[in-house]
Design a protein around this ligand. Structure first.
Ligand SMILES: C[S@@+](CC[C@H](N)C(=O)[O-])C[C@H]1O[C@@H](n2cnc3c(N)ncnc32)[C@H](O)[C@@H]1O
Length: 310
């Protein structure tokens, strides 16, 4: 695939704990996606993923508070976590000032993780909340998944997306992760927690308009940023690990076919005004020069830019 212009994306190599204190973020962000380390002793290069639980949840509350301050009125947060942590996630969001909207169940396509003392686990949660009661943007997307076998009548115009998302395939570890997973030349995964582009596509389309600002404080391999860029949204990614920052830069330098979101346009074809919501979808542009990017970033972060919160 061609180059993906990175003119509307900033990647900060930093800890979000400190980076989010920047005054120039205040009330500028329209949507945040939080996919933090889950504190389950995973091997991260730059992060201890085995904090005492109280410390971990104090940290999550701090991040939710800082993201709240950075968010425009009515702006949204989507906080992804393991289902067993639902009560902590909802408490963190509430303590930070967010208004609960939905608890999204992201049902996995692969088989459930078996349990001997309880039911097997088959989903992850994504808590959706807003700054204030009324979302500043909420597009009611329509999809048309295959009809269940016992349905007698075909749908005339698809159906609204609900709070159960069972049509987005996770990038499992190993073989079934497919082409979308970033890999080295030997086939090893470059970021084991890489989220699928379809997940971010749905979130960004639902809660933003073209030109809005999307933040990912735990940017990882840059999935949020790559999707935001293709939908004409501005984006800010913060990532602690220098390997991942390099990974994001590489991912932007060469848009892979498997990162191209345009193939999912037809999945949402029943959505009114889809063209407008999707954005102009400019791709295959020349990669911006470092000077162009620096100039754009200065303008991007200037306080009180009217186009950031309209
Ligand atoms: C679960 S992964 C995110 C994966 C991402 N959604 C993707 O699609 O690639 C969490 C990321 O947070 C990063 N991280 C951990 N602590 C951080 C911090 N304090 N500030 C910024 N990033 C951090 C880790 O290096 C890791 O890449």
């Amino acid at each position: 695939m061609g180059n993906l212009s990175a003119k509307s994306c900033i990647v900060l190599h930093d800890s979000c704990t400190t980076a989010l204190d920047r005054d120039d973020f205040a009330s500028k962000v329209d949507l945040s996606f939080l996919d933090p380390p889950f504190n389950q002793d995973k091997a991260y290069n730059a992060w201890n993923d085995n904090l005492p639980p109280e410390k971990y949840w104090d940290w999550m509350r701090e991040i939710c508070t800082k993201v709240y301050k950075s968010t425009s009125d009515g702006g949204a947060i989507y906080f992804m976590q393991r289902e067993k942590n639902t009560e902590f996630v909802l408490r963190c969001l509430r303590d930070a000032g967010w208004t609960f909207q939905n608890l999204i169940i992201w049902k996995k396509k692969t088989s459930a993780v078996p349990g001997t003392k309880r039911f097997g686990k088959h989903y992850q949660i994504i808590a959706f909340a807003t700054k204030g009661k009324t979302p500043r943007v909420f597009h009611r997307l329509r999809i048309d998944p295959p009809l269940p076998a016992d349905y007698k009548h075909a749908r005339e115009n698809g159906m609204f997306v609900t709070d159960v998302w069972d049509d987005i395939r996770e990038l499992t570890s190993g073989y079934f992760a497919g082409d979308e997973a970033l890999r080295d030349t030997e086939g090893n995964r470059l970021h084991k927690q890489q989220a699928p582009i379809q997940l971010l596509l749905r979130i960004i389309l639902s809660s933003t308009n073209p030109g809005d600002v999307v933040l990912d404080p735990f940017a990882g391999s840059g999935t949020t940023l790559v999707v935001a860029e293709q939908l004409d949204r501005k984006s800010i990614g913060i990532e602690l690990d220098s390997h991942n920052v390099a990974l994001i830069q590489d991912r932007f330098a060469e848009l892979r076919k498997s990162d191209d979101v345009s193939r999912f346009f037809t999945d949402y074809a029943c959505t009114p005004n889809l063209e407008t919501i999707w954005g102009e979808h400019e791709r295959h542009k020349e990669f911006a020069s470092p000077d162009e990017i620096a100039a754009k970033q200065m303008a991007f972060l200037e306080p009180n830019q009217s186009n950031l919160s309209t």
